[in-house]
Design a protein around this ligand. Structure first.
Ligand code: SF4
Ligand code: SF4
Ligand code: FES
Length: 306
């Protein structure tokens, strides 16, 4: 016999953020509390449709009584907490995160990251001139745990040639901040395909297919959900990549139109991005109750017939 317990009322928690009292439901994060107060806490590895992984640490805040800064995106709110989101210690930490990222990764197609860099006055040049890009495949062949000695006068980078091995999307891991979002979207947070994972250790850690095979030879089903969550443009529609290379990509001339995918009866919301009357890529809103921001290969890439 199943015993049904009456539903308990949702418990509210009271805390103090930057001197303001805020009340959030039990289970909310410090980021939720900050957003309830319209406090802009930067995030890179967080997404509303993915499990927090605490990889980037740009969202750290100061919590009274805690020895270290805590990641707002995953730290659960508790009653009585006193939080500071813009103290000198917080700003210094965020600045250092951006300096380390910007000295090692090409952020040119990551507008949010560039805005954070400017907001915190991060100077990536402190680490010296960037080291030369590695040759194609070189990073993939480094063994886990064996690090190449850094050249002390140069800032180590993840620069390397773009991987173009299919007609749908490219992978430019010289732009990868290792936020894990693509791995989560490919895995149990959305697609459950597990075509990609993090390989290697430390600075040599990188996103890889099984045995580093090209994407078409891997388990990838080309849903493009990894592109949908990538915050830096490391994963990009081939259409966008080619237009950028030709100098014709211009977001100021682009429109977005929500429609319903016509391929099956699920009814996924598809946002068509158009430039000069032509579709240039497709996405789905994160807050769609049907897709949660994710699509299949047909919704993501099957617009060529339009
Ligand atoms: S396209 Fe889909 S299946 Fe392929 S790597 Fe990306 S998320 Fe995984
Ligand atoms: S490819 Fe993009 S989504 Fe994947 S880890 Fe790198 S930056 Fe994050
Ligand atoms: S956004 Fe919180 S750790 Fe990355």
């Amino acid at each position: 016999m199943t015993v049904r317990l009456p539903l308990l009322p949702e418990r509210q928690l009271e805390l103090d953020v930057d001197g303001h009292k805020v009340s959030v439901r039990e289970g909310a994060t410090l980021l939720d509390a900050c957003r309830a107060l319209a406090i802009d806490v930067p995030t890179l590895c967080h997404a509303p449709n993915l499990t927090p992984v605490n990889a980037c640490r740009i969202c750290v805040v100061e919590l009274e009584g805690a020895r270290t800064l805590v990641p707002a995106c995953s730290r659960k709110a508790e009653s009585g907490m006193v939080v500071k989101t813009d103290s000198e210690r917080v700003r210094l930490s965020r600045k250092l995160v951006m300096e380390l990222l910007a000295s090692s990764v090409d952020l040119s197609t990551a507008p949010e990251a560039l805005a954070y860099q400017a907001r915190y006055g991060a100077d990536p040049a402190r680490f010296g001139l960037a080291a030369a890009p590695t040759a194609a495949g070189e990073r993939e062949h480094r063994h886990a745990g064996e690090h190449v000695e850094p050249e002390p006068s140069r800032a180590a980078t993840v620069a390397q040639p773009v991987k173009v091995d299919n007609e749908l999307f490219v992978r430019d891991y010289g732009k990868c901040i290792l936020c894990y979002k693509c791995v989560e979207a490919c895995g149990s947070d959305a697609q459950n395909t597990f075509a990609i994972a993090v390989a290697g250790r430390g600075f040599d850690a990188r996103i890889a297919t099984e045995l580093d095979v090209p994407l078409p030879s891997s388990a990838c089903v080309f849903c493009g959900n990894c592109i949908g969550v990538c915050p830096t443009g490391a994963l990009m529609f081939k259409s966008e990549h080619d237009m950028r290379a030709a100098g014709t990509w211009d977001e100021t001339r682009q429109n977005q139109t929500d429609t319903i995918c016509a391929y099956c009866g699920v009814g996924c919301v598809v946002t068509l991005h158009t430039q000069d009357g032509r579709i240039v890529k497709a996405s789905s809103p994160h807050d769609s109750s049907v897709t949660d921001g994710h699509l299949c290969i047909k919704g993501r890439f099957g617009w060529g017939f339009v």
